[in-house]
Write a protein that binds this ligand. Sequence first.
Ligand code: CAA
Length: 264
Amino acid sequence: MAYENIQVAIEEGIALITISREKQLNALNKATLLELSRALDELAPRAKPEGDVRALIVTGAGEKSFVAGADIGEMASMTPVEGLEFAKLGHGLFAKLEALPIVTIAAVNGFALGGGCELAISFDLIYASERARFGQPEVNLGIIPGFGGTQRLARLLGKQRAKELIFTGELIDARRALEIGLATGVVAPEELIAHARRVAKTIASRGPLAIAQAKRAIEWGADGDLRASNELEQQSFALLFGSEDQKEGMRAFLEKRPASFKGR
Ligand code: CAA
């Protein structure tokens, strides 16, 4: 399927989506959000545990920016109703990302601001180039984060650090992002995609059902109380004993050979 604002490439079981509005620093307008959403829908059947796509990496086109936020030109004249529709579009997309049963990696090659930072924190892992800069500068525009920043950032960093970023609107560099737990790792710009691919490949070689269940337990569990979430973990753990992958994984260990997982 053809896209105007993104590029999608699938290679060796790893999907790479590049957000390609370089002139606007890859800002997210409605059309781009819709294309991303469509791309995830198209990927979903192949991203099932038995499917052939085991990881998703998303990056920004060019050297300067991952995503510089939601498109300010498009937002400038929005009414409250349109603002709500726009926020729902972003939230829907990011929820789809979180629900994918494969590992998702943001390869943050430059500015990850506003909706771009919110996009990044919807991924399982965030690798940042040394050139990356993160921030939630919405208050400079008289608005607040609208794609989940007030919620996901506070859960990821704690309320105080989230408030510091959101209230000041100031940008932080990749090292600081790593220090506060906003980035998973920092690598040289020319190494970024190769590093993301390496991690993706490692995870893709593990039991796909196990990755899917671990992701589900972490995602759902993080929102729940400890007792219910521990119960969820036990159910997920138990479920895996009905899979061929569990038999194969344990047999392979005992036979001292690498496991060959089928995702079933
Ligand atoms: N939306 C639309 N266009 C954008 C954009 C955005 N978020 N960010 C950058 N651009 C455009 C600029 O308007 C400019 O276009 P022209 O060449 O046509 O003038 C082009 O990208 C290059 O940008 P700059 O000339 O500004 O580049 P710079 O290197 O001087 O500055 C920057 C880079 C610091 C990222 C600066 O562009 C900037 O501050 N951008 C806005 C960042 C921002 O406020 N993001 C949050 C948006 S609100 C949001 O995301 C709400 C939400 O939570 C859903």
